[in-house]
Design a protein around this ligand. Structure first.
Ligand code: SF4
Length: 369
């Protein structure tokens, strides 16, 4: 039986307040509540975002007498590592996180990928997902809860720390993609705050270029337009997976709420407002959406809807254990790419990092459960 779409997260308790949940004004108020001078707020943010320290006991510029109070008020431990696996000769590392002090045993994942010219972290915005895409391990488990802004940012900080400590001080995080567990735009306010702090310069954020941050969505059209109006300059990735409503209704159930045309119109609006190219994600699935006529239709629709802003990113499906869904054969994939490009639409095939560690979103959590 088809799963229900879930837009509202269950009223599960979010973790305690953390410095990373707070903007500059709220940080100042929190420091005043502790009876500390205002400059401490900036100092704490500089330690967290600039030096990647989340334990006040390691912040040597804080008086020893106030460290305990600051730790309990603003730096609760939020995440613990439940499992960590690496592959690609150590260049890809996947972490299954467990939310600390969460009686429901909430888990979610991030993946750190090193490339010659960049270091990318793929992060989760929700524990589970309510969008019920049938080919996705996360979608099968349903939505547990939204992640807090700090839980999202802690994944980024942990990735930056791992790069610095394991690969040397010159190794920085250059790209952040919201393509892990969850639909980012269904946790809009917390994801927005996280993006603002990822892109703000220290001491207010990690200082990663907005152009190097990608927010992926399955097509929540009104939220795409809202995100465009924020003018953050981040890249939008629209997970289309089918060019026609008949197939998309089943592959991406949210299509029953906002059709392919509505999703593409919203993506066009995003491109027009931001001037950024829109990446259209297409998981290529054997005998499901990989037919030559669908390649032609995809190119035609994208050309019409997005014009020169269109870019297709084909994703060879990373099959989930026990599922009937499989990746398309390589010759089918090549023909699909050829046909799309022949119609003047730019098209690349995503590399398949982390296959042997179940790096597609939700696979490690599903295996763990
Ligand atoms: S593919 Fe993305 S939107 Fe769909 S169920 Fe999986 S995580 Fe959710």
């Amino acid at each position: 039986m088809a799963q229900q779409l879930v837009f509202e997260a269950p009223r599960a308790k979010l973790p305690p307040r953390h410095l990373a949940d707070l903007d500059a004004q709220a940080r100042a108020a929190a420091v005043a509540e502790l009876g500390l001078p205002a400059f401490r707020a900036k100092q704490l943010a500089a330690q967290y975002y600039g030096r990647l320290i989340a334990d006040p006991h390691e912040m040597t510029d804080l008086p020893a007498a106030v460290r305990d109070a600051i730790a309990s008020a603003l730096f609760p431990t939020l995440l613990s590592v439940a499992k960590e696996i690496s592959c690609d000769a150590g260049q890809t590392r996947k972490t299954l996180w467990r939310a600390v002090n969460d009686p429901s045993g909430t888990t979610f994942e991030s993946v750190l990928m090193r490339y010659p010219q960049r270091n990318t972290i793929c992060i989760s915005s929700q524990a589970g997902c309510g969008m019920a895409c049938p080919f996705c391990a996360t979608g099968q488990g349903g939505l547990t809860r939204n992640l807090s802004t700090a839980e999202i940012l802690e994944q980024v900080r942990a990735g930056a720390v791992a790069l610095r400590d394991d690969f040397g001080p010159t190794q920085c995080l250059s790209n952040v993609v919201f393509m892990g567990m969850g639909e980012p735009l269904a946790n809009y306010a917390r994801v927005l705050a996280a993006v603002q702090r990822i892109t703000a310069a220290p001491p207010d954020g990690f200082g990663i270029s907005a152009r190097s941050v990608t927010v992926s969505t399955v097509g929540l059209a009104p939220a795409i337009r809202k995100l465009a109006d924020e003018r953050l300059g981040v890249t939008l990735a629209l997970s289309l997976h089918a060019p026609d409503d008949e197939l998309r209704d089943t592959l991406v159930p949210v299509n029953n709420r906002w059709t392919t045309s509505e999703a593409l119109d919203a993506a066009r609006y995003y491109g027009d407002v931001t001037g950024r190219r829109v990446s259209v994600e297409y998981a290529l699935i054997r005998d499901v959406n990989d037919q030559p006529w669908r390649a032609d239709l995809l190119a035609k629709r994208l050309h019409g809807a997005l014009g020169p802003l269109a870019h297709i990113n084909l994703i060879p499906l990373n099959p989930t254990a026990g599922s009937d869904w499989d990746a398309s054969p390589k010759d089918t994939e090549r023909e699909f790419v050829r046909r799309v490009r022949a119609k003047g639409v730019s098209c690349t095939v995503r590399d398949t990092r982390g296959r042997e560690i179940n790096a597609a979103c939700g696979q490690l959590a599903a295996e763990n459960n």
